[in-house]
Design a protein around this ligand. Structure first.
Ligand code: SAH
Ligand code: F3S
Length: 477
């Protein structure tokens, strides 16, 4: 029988199928981080109870929702452009309603309604359960807004509608918000305080995904390593918890172990780790279970101690190296990836060189690299001048990207002639005769399809590579 939200017990979070009786059409698209994509699945679920099924066609939609990102100015500009596109469609279909979700909604609040005439609805990341009420207002011709942030909301009881799914990999959100207050980052303002989701509901979701044929999950949080369940509530209030709560609390290493044991054949990934919160017991748990993928995304942002301090990253370059050494000692085959920012305020040429030399030490497998973008309301915006000229930022970024390209090439070459295990996710973009999937280390691998299928875990002999992709042939298990 189909599971609906109303029937679901507290803590359960099963996958919801489209409903046959739904008549209204929802077009929902997401920008930014994986959490936004995951949140959109929760929104689609809430709206499926309101008579909406999703559509891939913007022109057909009764309701258009865009889940937005504020992390850099460019991300916000992309959304503004999309709103122009919706405007054009609305001229043909005037009954279409438009809503903005996510971080831009939270950041801009009522300004959105003032600045963008097309927008009927503004909903922040913690207010999605209020969508039915807000839509009722919109249906009556009024603009509607809810941007209240919550101390408890984790949507642990909502069964996501899996959107654009390959049926093999899925996101499972485990924490919301972030308490770290990196001085450049808008996330603590748009997503609120850090809170963790009940481990029982996480395990139930993992079990349900396995039963539906999924083969890999990624546990999601802005800062997964600070996951802490002691019965609900803010992370910072743990000190006030009772002795029983403290004794039975579940931390991230324990949650990983629970997931790995619940479904020993399910591949488990997690993202994102903050170096200051990634503890040895997490690394040891990763080593202990074959089904926990050997990849850590470990953003460092800068290689300069002075800049790290200005960024309020609570570790030094030396402590980061120690962590890298520990990862390599405990999990010799672990891939490590980075996020880096070029041109943070006051960054000198020497600071930039420190970033390059840090990269040389780690030799990351891959990374995501950005120029600094000043975000309104952050501590860096209020206290520091955005004083690195744009062309200097761009030149430093280009040097960082070039260095990463060299390191990626070295790293992928290490896999030549070895045998890797690949989970097939989709057809290769370059050839319809090839499958594409990822190794445990999160490296993309392509190989001839032969008799294999999407969702198969296949041993592949690596015969060639580009800087980012392994090329090989499947060998019989
Ligand atoms: N912990 C988060 C980080 C979110 S932001 C996570 O789950 O991924 C992702 C990356 O964007 C950061 O690691 C940082 O490198 C980059 N970033 C954040 N704010 C930025 C800004 N103001 N300018 C440029 N890059 C930024
Ligand atoms: Fe942002 Fe730092 Fe949190 S980058 S999401 S404030 S860990």
């Amino acid at each position: 029988m189909e599971k609906t939200i109303d029937e679901s017990k507290q803590g359960e979070r099963l996958i919801l199928e489209p409903k046959v009786n739904n008549t209204r059409k929802l077009f929902i698209e997401s920008y930014g981080c994986a959490m936004n994509f995951s949140d959109s699945e929760i929104v689609a679920s809430i709206l499926s109870e309101q008579g909406f099924n999703t559509t891939q066609s913007l022109e057909d939609a009764d309701l258009v929702l865009v889940n937005t990102c504020s992390i850099r100015d460019k991300a916000e500009q992309t959304v503004r452009k999309r709103l122009e596109k919706y405007n054009a469609v609305k001229r043909i279909n005037p009954k279409m309603k438009v809503g903005v979700l996510g971080c831009m909604a939270e950041r801009l609040k009522t300004k959105f309604l003032e600045e963008e005439k097309i927008v009927d609805l503004v909903v922040g990341p913690d207010a999605y359960k209020d969508l039915p009420n807000l839509l009722a207002e919109v249906d009556e011709g009024r603009d509607a807004i809810n941007v209240i942030l919550s101390k408890e909301e984790t949507y642990g009881d909502i069964a996501p509608v899996r959107l654009n799914t390959n049926g093999v990999t899925a996101f499972v959100s485990i924490t919301r918000g972030c308490d770290n207050m990196c001085t450049f980052c808008v996330v603590p303002f748009t997503r609120g305080r850090e809170r963790s989701r009940d481990p029982q509901s996480i395990i139930e979701e993992v079990n349900d995904l396995w039963n539906k044929g999924y083969k890999e999950i990624t546990l999601l949080g802005q800062n997964v390593d600070s996951y802490l369940w002691y019965g609900g509530g803010l992370k910072k209030d743990f000190i006030k918890a009772s002795d029983i709560q403290k004794a039975t609390a579940v931390n991230f290493a324990q949650l990983l172990e629970l997931c790995a044991k619940a479904q020993p054949k399910m591949r488990i990934r997690f993202s994102t780790s903050n170096p200051q919160d990634l503890t040895l017991d997490v690394i040891e748990t990763m080593a202990k279970f074959d089904n926990i993928c050997k990849h850590i995304h470990l953003p460092v942002q800068s290689g300069s101690n002075r800049i790290l301090k200005e960024m309020n990253r609570l570790h030094t370059r030396e402590e980061y190296f120690e962590l890298i050494d520990n990862i390599r000692r405990i999990i010799p085959n672990c891939a490590i990836s980075q996020d880096l920012i070029a041109g943070f305020p006051t960054e000198t040429e020497q600071d930039h060189q420190d970033t390059l030399s840090l990269m040389d030490y780690v030799k990351y497998n891959f990374g995501y690299m950005f120029t600094y973008s000043e975000r309104p309301g952050t501590l860096a915006e209020r206290k520091m001048e955005d004083d690195v000229p744009e062309d200097t930022k761009k030149r430093r970024l280009a040097e960082i990207v070039q260095r990463q390209r060299e390191h990626s090439e070295v790293r992928t070459k290490e896999y030549l002639d070895s045998i890797v295990e690949v989970l097939i996710e989709r057809q290769s973009k370059k050839s319809d005769a090839q499958w594409s999937g990822r190794t445990s280390q999160n490296i993309v691998a392509v190989f001839p399809k032969e008799h294999y299928n999407i969702g198969d875990l296949v041993k592949v002999k690596v015969t060639d590579c580009t800087s980012a992709t392994l090329i090989g042939v499947a060998i019989e298990n």
